[in-house]
Design a protein around this ligand. Structure first.
Ligand code: GNR
Ligand code: NI
Length: 227
């Protein structure tokens, strides 16, 4: 059988989905990724090749005013929203996160993706458009939370142990989720993002200020110094 080389370097910030190319040779050199794929796999349709490519977007980190924006309700789940959800999921997996709100990649839409499954092989993505919490348990539970927009900082946060969430799924269908445990914690963390709220907002002013100061100093540091 013949193989065809896929050269993804023409797409910036792209990776070939490792779950699609199985057994192929994948070389990653910075943003230039070259993969080979069995020809029997590859229809003549160029759109298929484009679908093999993932879009990993930069994640916005604190301090940044964008993260404080209130996200806007989506009118309907169309192609644009589905592409956004695909990009968000790729970005989230690449960053080893379990959830991501659209605002974290700079899009102020009320869209969240999540995957709390530990198993990397069996992905179980969840998509939430316009989520609304219908019911909150008065009982609280504590989780050590982190946030991709607050890199390397973790803190124990109390939130309602259970909640019911009404939302539209990837296909725009109305769904209700009865969440508890990590799922409930994560969806509440993500829904805070839609309101411009971060987990550090629940900490003491002293801790919060310290974290923001350290993150802002880190941003000033250049990655490379050429002398
Ligand atoms: O990856 C993440 N882990 C996590 C752990 C405990 C509670 C919430 C989270 S969400 C976070 C990803 C993120 O920043 N989502 O907005
Ligand atoms: Ni977060």
């Amino acid at each position: 059988t013949t193989t065809t080389s896929l050269i993804a370097s023409i797409f910036q910030n792209t990776k070939i989905d490792p779950t699609i190319i199985n057994g192929g040779i994948i070389n990653s050199i910075n943003n230039i990724i070259i993969g080979t794929i069995n020809n029997s796999f590859l229809p003549s349709d160029i759109n298929f090749v484009i679908k093999l490519v993932m879009a990993i977007k930069p994640i916005i980190t604190e301090p940044n005013k964008i993260l404080r924006q209130k996200s806007i309700e989506v009118e309907s789940v169309g192609k644009e929203e589905q592409k956004l959800m695909d990009d968000m999921l790729d970005t989230m997996y690449d960053a080893n996160g379990i959830g991501l709100a659209a605002i974290q990649i700079g899009v102020p839409k009320r869209i969240i993706v999540m995957d709390i499954a530990k198993n990397e092989e069996k992905r179980s993505p969840l998509y939430f458009v316009n989520p609304v919490i219908k019911n909150k348990n008065s009982e609280l539970s504590t989780y050590e939370e982190g946030c991709l927009s607050v890199p390397n900082y973790f803190a124990e946060i109390d939130r309602p142990k259970k909640c019911d969430v009404e939302y539209l799924d990837y296909n725009g269908e109305k769904k209700i989720l009865n969440a508890e445990g990590l799922l409930a914690t994560c969806i509440q963390h993500e829904m805070d993002h839609l309101e411009g709220v971060l987990f550090i907002d629940y900490l003491s002013k002293l801790k919060k200020t310290m974290i923001i100061k350290k993150l802002s100093k880190q941003k000033e540091k250049p990655d490379r110094i050429i002398v």
